[in-house]
Design a protein around this ligand. Structure first.
Ligand code: ZN
Length: 183
């Protein structure tokens, strides 16, 4: 947070660039960086590259119980990349409010309203067009990462009274989002 690249609109890039060794290496670096940080997504601007590229993977649910997974509509998402994404919000399904954090805003979390359901048109790591239909937590991850590509951080959308340290979140996470909002 505070690095100017995080506040820029990242640039789109071409098929030739996508399949180049440089970008293929960047994708591998981003995958390793995300996994080392136990993140579920990472956008290129977060490692200083102002490119329309994000990596996503949500395969480790060991710290959540069945009830928490169900409340978040959270399911396993295998590793994939999203390049030059276009986000379309499905207005018919409304918003969900949950805590989220960001590797670029360390040690904090807060409640962010996000659309329940989205569609993303993008390119994969081979430069092929892909359409992603996502709901629940996966839709949240996509919105968070695509925000990064447009210079937006979750703190721009957080419900400020819910912003807290990750430490206090761990301490008080037994409470529901509603309870914390009304305190
Ligand atoms: Zn982030």
């Amino acid at each position: 947070m505070g690095h100017p690249i995080l506040r820029q609109v990242a640039r789109e890039f071409s098929f030739e660039e996508i399949v180049s060794p440089e970008i293929q290496d960047l994708i591998e670096t981003m995958k390793a960086t995300m996994q080392a940080a136990s993140g579920v997504g990472l956008a290129a601007p977060q490692i200083g590259k102002p490119l329309q590229l994000a990596v996503i993977e949500d395969m480790d649910h060991r710290n959540l119980n069945a009830e928490q997974l169900a409340a978040r509509d959270r399911h396993l998402v295998p590793f994939h990349v999203s390049i030059n994404p276009r986000l379309y919000i499905d207005e018919s399904t409304g918003n969900a409010e949950f805590f989220e954090g960001c590797l670029s805003v360390p040690e904090f979390v807060g409640v962010v309203p996000r659309a329940e359901s989205v569609c993303v048109e993008c390119l994969n790591e081979r430069g092929e067009p892909v359409v992603i239909q996502a709901k629940g937590w996966y839709a949240r991850i996509l919105q968070h990462e695509i925000d990064h590509l447009n210079g937006i951080l979750y703190i721009d959308k957080v419900q400020l009274p819910t912003l807290m340290t990750a430490e206090n979140y761990s301490k008080f996470m037994q409470k529901s989002v509603k309870e914390i909002q009304t305190e």
